[in-house]
Structure formats: C-alpha cells, structure tokens
Design a protein around this ligand. Structure first.
Ligand SMILES: [Zn+2]
Length: 80
C-alpha cells in the first residue's frame, strides 16, 4: 500500500493555484480568476469547499491557504 504524500496529482484544466499542506499533499484552487467560480480541494484529507461551494478567488485562496497551513494528512481514499 502506497502512503507517500499526494504531492503531484493530475493538474485540472482550470487549476489556478496549487499549495501544499504540512505533509506535502497538494491543495488545489480551481475555477476562473474572476467571478465567484473558484473552489478548493485538499488531496491530503479530501476536505473541500463547502458553503458556498464556489466563491471569489480572494476568499477561496484564503480558505485553501488556511487549510493547507493546518492539515497534516498525506493521502486519502475517501469517495465523494
Ligand atoms: Zn487536508
């Protein structure tokens, strides 16, 4: 069983920002730079944008960065 950090998952076409959590797993912000179309997902623990599901980039980036700064998960097998 492979449990190395999920550091470089496939890049979504609408990837705007890739951060890394405390263990090196990717935290991706996707969407468009303008409008309330961005969302985030953590490839370490599976956490993602909830309410609102999409938001303006400034808020999404802030939430993703806050999550990346506290998440220690490396890899998950959760289903959406
Ligand atoms: Zn996480």
């Amino acid at each position: 069983m492979k449990l190395s950090p999920h550091t470089a998952p496939a890049e979504p076409e609408d990837l705007l920002i890739r951060m890394h959590n405390l263990f090196g797993a990717a935290v991706d912000v996707t969407g468009r730079p303008y409008g309330d179309t961005s969302r985030w997902v953590c490839h370490g623990c599976g956490a993602h944008s909830e309410f609102p599901d999409t938001d303006i980039l400034a808020f999404t980036r802030m939430k993703a960065n806050a999550h990346a700064g506290e998440c220690r998960a490396a890899y998950h097998r959760l289903e959406e």
